[in-house]
Design a protein. Structure first.
Length: 137
């Protein structure tokens, strides 16, 4: 019989997502590239939004959208200059957080793949030299 349990349930419910996001933000807090993009002071709100979003995305309660509306991730990230370096820095903290948070391996692999893909999709800065120069040809 095929299991219909969500990734949210298989991961261990909301506790796992809050633990993941806590570990993730510990990395962001000391990251010289990423920290300035986040609000000054306490990151409690940022933590809560990210955890609620993951919970919703992976099949748990929809509190995120009840509080914030449609995620519109690309639009919400446009104010932040996300180039490949920022994307890779974000992913490095997420890789570490995933490695350190207990959950079944198959669930971890699925989350990793989703984060990798979404982080790439959120890049909004072209690499230097990649744009055509007007009048160059
Ligand atoms: C690629 C590198 C990324 C950077 C540099 C980045 C940066 C940020 C920043 C600075 C905020 C604002 C936090 C605040 O004001 O409280 C934010 C919010 C958020 N980010 Fe990212 N992010 C990245 C990738 C991702 C990925 C991959 C996801 C999802 C898989 C994601 C999901 C979110 C969500 C859900 C919010 C809250 C949106 C809201 O309701 O306002 N981010 N991000």
């Amino acid at each position: 019989m095929t299991s219909r349990r969500s990734v949210y349930e298989l991961a261990g419910g909301e506790e796992t997502f809050f633990a993941l996001v806590d570990r993730f933000y510990q990395g962001v807090e000391s990251d010289p590239l990423l920290r300035p993009m986040y609000p000054e002071g306490d990151l409690a709100e940022a933590r809560r939004k990210l955890a609620l979003f993951f919970i919703q995305y992976f099949g748990g309660p929809t509190t995120y959208s009840e509080e914030r509306g449609h995620p519109r991730l690309r639009m919400r990230h446009l104010p932040f200059p996300i180039d490949k370096a920022a994307r890779d820095a974000w992913m490095s903290h997420m890789h570490r957080a995933l490695d350190e948070t207990p959950m079944p391996d198959a669930v971890r692999a699925e989350m990793r793949q989703y984060f990798e893909h979404t982080a790439t999709f959120l890049i909004n800065q072209a690499p230097p030299g990649s744009l055509p120069v007007r009048g160059a040809s």
